[in-house]
Design a binder for this molecule. Structure first.
Ligand code: NDP
Length: 365
């Protein structure tokens, strides 16, 4: 079934122009969406902790408040804080200060879809999730090119949730290119699947391709530039979006087209395997198994170890040398990921075997 898609001609800003909007969190999305909403003629204040982000909001000319005060003052709230801190913040500062028929907007379906946050039945719960990083949300609003947005209504207490949603999406700049209606769960699953079903499979293919060439004796500088450091791939992705997945091949030579189209068949059997693994990953996401795992007591510790192993995979050393030789300033990942502490190691005893598997996996890549 096709989705409902909303465009710029729709959305009535007069429905929301007298309401006060609080942007909670002035980070990547927060700053971009706050500026867009204000430039669309709406009244916007900022709720943030008292630090650098708050100063930036003041410099941008916004009235700023603590999160608690910003919730008490306004009627419409955009929650643009990291997903993983929402549960705690909702319980302490947000939930107790909500009033009937107020409008809560999320930029990610995750916390609602997987019941991590539960909310009162007398508020509207909306989704406005740009498929774009914060800086793009601002730039593409200013140059009127727009960005795709996933939108949805999870709870309609006021009876006007849908009209308000379309109006607010328009004000953010989310109707210029088009807003696609989905449920919170669909948004969350699609996002997680892209990260878990596609990203790692793509990563494995990329690493294996580079290893194949390095093993065959090709110079690392040339291999890395060929495979990703030229930026050609991101350009090709942009063309896929602009003209079409297959049609963009016309931008490449005949030899390139024949080679890639004729060799796909050699990967037919592993492609079936990938499909099977992706189905398992999708089922784990849809059933809430992944969210439960991520919410579990030891998961943040497990993540700390996995990230530590991942940033020390042998390929990282090759890349470090190549970047030096090519004079590409290196950003020292090793300095950023600290060694697990004595206490971390002690606490990780319960998951020791699992962690060993991750360590071996990253060393073998
Ligand atoms: P950022 O990490 O850029 O924003 C962080 C904001 O949250 C800052 O204002 C920060 O302020 C505040 N914050 C962080 N920790 C705390 C805390 N413990 N208590 C109170 N405030 C805190 O987030 P994003 O803009 O990346 O993400 C916001 C939402 O947008 C998320 O739901 C995300 O899933 C969604 N989204 C993000 C996209 C992206 O490209 N980044 C794309 C589409 C959706 P300070 O630390 O100063 O308190």
């Amino acid at each position: 079934m096709n989705a409902n898609v909303y465009h710029e001609g729709e959305g009535d800003l007069s429905l929301i122009k007298d309401k006060l909007i609080s942007i909670i969190g002035y980070g990547n999305q927060g700053r971009a969406q706050a500026l867009n909403l204000r430039d669309s003629g709406l009244k916007v204040i900022i709720g943030n902790r008292n630090d650098e982000y708050k100063k930036r909001a003041e410099k941008d000319g916004f009235e700023t408040y603590s999160i608690e005060e910003a919730i008490k003052k306004a009627q419409i709230f955009f929650f643009l804080i990291p997903d993983e801190i929402m549960k705690e913040l909702f319980a302490s500062e947000i939930h107790p200060n909500l009033k009937e028929n107020e409008t809560l907007i999320f930029a990610s379906g995750y916390n609602i879809a997987f019941d991590i946050i539960s909310l009162p039945p007398n508020v509207d719960i909306l989704l406005i999730a740009p498929r774009m990083i914060g800086i793009g949300v601002r730039e593409l609003y200013l140059n009127k090119k727009g960005f795709f947005t996933f939108i949805g209504v999870h709870q309609d207490s006021s009876g006007k949730a849908k009209e308000n949603l379309i109006a607010l999406t328009k004000a953010v700049g989310g109707l210029i290119k088009g807003a696609i209606e989905v449920s919170f769960k669909q948004e969350a699953v699609l996002d997680l699947f892209n990260e878990q079903g596609f990203g790692p499979a793509f990563g494995q293919v990329l690493l294996k391709s580079m290893q194949t060439l390095l093993d065959a004796g090709y110079p690392p500088e040339a291999v890395l530039v060929e495979m990703f450091m030229s930026g050609e791939m991101s350009y090709t992705y942009e063309k896929m979006a602009q003209v079409g997945l297959v049609k963009q091949t016309n931008f490449h030579s005949q030899t390139s087209q024949y080679g890639s189209m004729s060799r796909g068949i050699k990967f037919r059997s592993i492609s079936k395997e990938i499909g099977k693994k992706q189905k398992e990953i999708l089922e784990d996401i849809e059933s809430g198994k992944f969210a439960k795992e991520w919410e579990a007591k030891l998961s943040k510790l497990k993540f700390k170890f996995i990230k530590f192993f991942a940033t020390r995979l042998p390929f990282a050393r090759v890349e470090e040398k190549v970047r030096n030789n090519l004079n590409i300033p290196e950003y020292d990942l090793f300095a950023e990921i600290p060694y697990p502490t004595e206490d971390d190691i002690k606490r990780s005893k319960e998951i020791e075997q699992e962690l060993k598997e991750f360590e071996d996996f990253y060393q073998d890549l």
